[in-house]
Every structure is written in C-alpha cells, then in structure tokens.
Design a protein around this ligand. Structure first.
Ligand code: NAD
Length: 309
C-alpha cells in the first residue's frame, strides 16, 4: 500500500504519524511546497518507524514520486487563525486544491486511486476535488464530520458515564458551523438515547443538549485558541478512515462525498459505509423535523459556498 500525503503542516504531519502507526502502508511519500519541511518530517518519521513498522518514508520534491499511490491524502492549505471560520479559508484553499489535483491526476492511476480530502472548508473542497479529478464520487472522500462525531460521542459518553464506544450518535451536514447533531437517531448500548436515559435515571435535558451541541461546534475554536491548530484528532480520524478502506472493514463513518449532479450536486456528511471501493452506500438516519430542516439549511450553505468559487 503506497500512500502519498500532500501538505505536511500541523495536520499533514499528524496524519503521517497516525498512518505510519496503522502499519498498513509499506511506502509513504510526503510532499509540501516547503520542501525543507517535508524532508524534515520524512526524516523524523523515518527514525520513529525504527520503533514500530517497516515503512519506506520519503519526501518528494515533485509529483512524479506519487506514481503508484493507492491513496493520496490532501491536507495542504491555509488553516484557521484564532477567530476565523472554516469558510473564511474558501478562496485561498480553492487555489491550493486547484493547483494540486491536476498534478496528482497526471501521476496516479485514475482507475484505482482514492483521494482523501482534509483541507477546509472540507465539503466544498471535496466537490472541487471530485470535479477536477473526474474520479467517481465514491473515491473522493472527505473526512467530513468524523471529527465532530468523535467529539459528540466523547462528550456524550462522559456525560452518560459510559464508554465512547457504546455511543452511536452522529453529526451530519457541513464540517463547519452549520453541522447538525442527529439526536433523534442517537442510541446507547442498543437503546434509543431517551430510553437509555430513562433506564439509567440520567436524563439529558434540552438545556444539556444545547450545551453539548455548543461544545461540539466550538471544539475546534477552543483548541485553535489554546494550541494554534488542531491535529491529533484529525490524524486519528484519517487513520481510522484508512483502516476501513484498506481492510475493507465497511465501517459506518460520517464522511463527506459528492451526491447528485448538476444543480443538485452536493458533498456533505452522512453516515456512509466505507470499504475497499471507497464509499459503497449512504444512510439517511431518521431525524426530527427540526433536524431535517437544519440539515437542508446546512446543505444550502455548502452549495452557496461552492457556487461562490
Ligand atoms: P499548516 O499551515 O500547518 O500546514 C499547511 C501546509 O500546506 C504547509 O506546510 C504549506 O506549506 C502546505 N501547502 C500550502 N499550499 C500548498 C500547495 N499548493 N502544495 C503543497 N503544499 C502546500 O495548516 P494545518 O494546520 O496543517 O491545516 C491544513 C488544512 O487542514 C487546513 O485547511 C485546515 O483547516 C484543515 N483541517 C481540517 C480538519 C478536518 O477535520 N477536515 C481538521 C483540522 C485542520
């Protein structure tokens, strides 16, 4: 399995570390327009690999080194500065992704390569990458709300006093401020959330739900304020997505991929089955009418941002 990563900043470096830690790749190529940064990361990671899995890690100074890649991960581009939204990055990162995709496609096998998109604003970048690459939508996969979903499951698990793994709850829509918590579809230990709360006598009030949503929506802003950027969570999310693809695990992940065509074309996050062929099916959880309305609004925001580029 050969994996190339483009953009070796805070996120790309964390992704490279997490990917190396899966033991699934035999070769990893790191590319950044700052060649010194990519070379330093490849060197450092190569030393780290001596303590774990055998993997050939190199820094590339051109796209030819990506030939033969099974998966190309795109984490290049501007990140949010404190107070900036993901949408504020739109025009800058349209330029970055528009520069990268044709160069990647000139060097990979379009019949089998898969692109994983991490750059924000995520959903618009997925639409742009799919359009420019002309790959089937199932093979252009954005990490979407995987991280938001992880944040929700973590907070809910802590609130309910159960393992995060027992919580099945999703954040849908835009990977951004309009994302929607699908409370109506949430379950814990096989019980609908409300029933779990009733049986454990641990109600989650409407006010508590609002607080949880606020924390999910603001997690990135808080982390950026304290650390300058977010990287560990997204690194782990990409590694998880990669495992599901490479091992054909068919996990259900809230990834973003393009559905529809023409004016109906839209990438947003839904629970989707992810396996060796990429996204193999999409699911539509039962939502409350308010959640369904908010999800439609979220889709309209993504589409308006796409139309603005
Ligand atoms: P960073 O500034 O630390 O790194 C960005 C890197 O991209 C830099 O090393 C830069 O040299 C490189 N780069 C820029 N243009 C390039 C080009 N045309 N070709 C090759 N390399 C190029 O930023 P970061 O914190 O690593 O964030 C990267 C992106 O990931 C941002 O858009 C950020 O918003 C996004 N992000 C997404 C998620 C998610 O859940 N999807 C989470 C965190 C961050």
């Amino acid at each position: 399995m050969k994996i190339s990563i483009i953009g070796i900043g805070a996120v790309g470096a964390a992704v490279a570390t997490a990917v190396a830690g899966t033991g699934l790749a035999h070769e990893m190529v790191l590319f950044d327009r700052d060649g010194l940064r990519a070379r330093a990361a490849a060197e450092d990671l190569g030393h780290a690999a001596a303590f774990s899995y055998d993997i050939k890690i190199s820094a590339a100074n051109n796209y030819r080194a990506m030939r033969g890649s099974d998966i190309v991960i795109i984490a290049a581009g501007a990140n949010q500065k404190p107070g900036e939204t993901r949408t504020d990055l739109l025009q800058k990162n349209v330029a970055v992704v528009s520069d990268i995709i044709p160069r990647v496609m000139a060097n990979v096998d379009a019949k089998r390569v898969k692109l994983i998109i991490v750059t924000n604003p995520l959903d618009v970048m997925v639409m742009l990458a799919q359009k420019l690459s002309k790959l089937p939508a199932s093979r252009v996969i954005g990490t979407g709300t995987m991280l938001d979903t992880a944040r929700l499951r973590t907070i809910l698990g802590r609130t309910l006093g159960v393992s995060t793994r027992a919580v099945h709850a999703y954040v849908l829509g835009e990977h951004g401020d309009s994302s929607v918590v699908a409370w109506a579809a949430a379950s814990v230990g096989g019980l609908p959330l409300d029933e779990f709360c009733r049986q454990t006598k641990n109600p989650i009030t409407a006010a508590a739900r609002q607080t949880i949503e606020y924390r999910v929506h603001n997690a990135a802003y808080e982390i950026i304020r304290g650390r300058g950027a977010t990287w560990d969570g997204i690194g782990a999310a990409v590694a998880d997505l990669l495992r599901s693809i490479v091992n054909d695990e068919r996990r259900i992940l809230t990834v973003s991929t393009v559905d529809g065509a023409g004016r109906e074309k839209l990438a947003m996050s839904l629970p989707r089955i992810v396996g060796a062929d990429g996204v193999v099916a999409s699911l539509h959880p039962k939502l409350s009418s308010g959640e369904a309305t908010n999800l439609r609004k979220s889709g309209k925001i993504i589409r308006a941002n796409y139309d603005a580029i």
